[in-house]
Design a protein around this ligand. Structure first.
Ligand code: C2E
Ligand code: MG
Ligand code: MG
Ligand code: MG
Length: 276
């Protein structure tokens, strides 16, 4: 009887697992084709100075426009692109596209690009950056690279060396999703960040005037004293924006201002945000 149950279970699990493996293989094939067929797009979300409402820059967020899948968001494919090494080529494409697009913007607005931890371990990131800046003609001061703590948890000496090389090129570095996971305050002293992006979860937590706000205030104060800009992510309401301002954050990003938009919508978006 037990044996039969086991076999039944086995029979129920097997097709599901096969389907999952099959779906993953299909995704990998589709992702490789997507690069060749130029199906990736960058959308841009504005970063706003809380006091002045000046749009200081845009974060490039990748999307995948596929005929059968529709517009696919990064959470559905970045991890898989990392597992299959597609991220190397995709990462270079994103950097090149973002720098090219930013060249078309008037004024000195920055473009922020998200990097995968894989881009630190495979290929030569610094060399690629030099090449892409040369090719696109973007001033290094206008490029900002966003990294998460996953990068910092890798072999720290190597990462530290690369981060310093990036800074020497004149490129800025932002710590993304700060407060998610183990993010420790010591990172802010140890690594050469220009900016810290406070994770969306704290904005939500700060709504209740609880521990969330105490942490944001402490991080904002520490960052000020280290000459690091604080940007708060995921601001959706005016009340949240007011709270973040009171807590000492410098910049904000979130649906209150705008979601990520296609390149051609940027001029109108800047006008709308700065006109208020
Ligand atoms: P992230 O870098 O932390 O980007 C912020 C995410 O929050 C974006 O999701 C953005 O659309 C979303 N967001 C912005 N404002 C709000 C808000 O007010 N409320 C809510 N609920 N969400 C908001 P998206 O575009 O789906 O990207 C998800 C993640 O995918 C990014 O998180 C980033 O880690 C990764 N990613 C995006 N583009 C790239 C890329 O080119 N390369 C790599 N390696 N990762 C990328
Ligand atoms: Mg980011
Ligand atoms: Mg983030
Ligand atoms: Mg995130």
């Amino acid at each position: 009887q037990a044996k039969q149950d086991g076999r039944l279970q086995y029979r129920f699990f097997e097709p599901a697992m096969q389907e999952k493996a099959q779906a993953r293989r299909l995704l990998e094939v589709d992702l490789r084709q997507a690069l060749a067929a130029d199906e990736f797009e960058l959308h841009y979300q504005p970063v706003v100075d809380i006091r002045t409402r000046h749009v200081t820059g845009f974060e490039a967020l990748v999307r995948w426009r596929n005929e059968t899948r529709g517009l696919v968001l990064p959470d559905a494919f970045i991890a898989h692109a990392e597992d299959t090494n597609i991220i190397e080529a995709l990462g270079l494409w994103v950097l090149t596209r973002a720098c090219t697009d930013a060249r078309t913007w008037t004024e000195d607005r920055k473009v922020a690009v998200n990097l995968s931890s894989v881009q630190f371990t495979k290929g030569n990131l610094v060399q690629s950056l030099v090449h892409i800046l040369q090719m696109t003609g973007l001033a290094p001061a206008r490029l900002e690279l966003e990294i998460t703590e996953r990068v910092l948890l890798q072999d720290t000496d190597d990462v530290l060396r690369v981060l310093h090389q990036i800074r020497q090129l004149g490129i800025s570095i932002a710590m993304d999703d700060f407060g998610q996971g183990y993010s420790s305050l010591s990172y802010l002293v140890k690594f050469p960040f220009n900016k810290v992006k406070i994770d969306r979860s704290f904005v939500v937590a700060a709504d209740e005037e609880g521990s969330g706000s105490a942490i944001i205030r402490a991080v904002a104060q520490l960052c000020d004293s280290l000459d690091i800009t604080t940007t708060v992510e995921g601001v959706e309401t005016q009340a949240q924006l007011d709270a973040m301002r009171r807590l000492g954050c410098r910049e904000a990003q979130g649906y209150l201002f705008s979601p990520a938009v296609p390149l051609q919508d940027i001029p109108a978006l800047i006008d709308a945000i700065q006109a208020v």
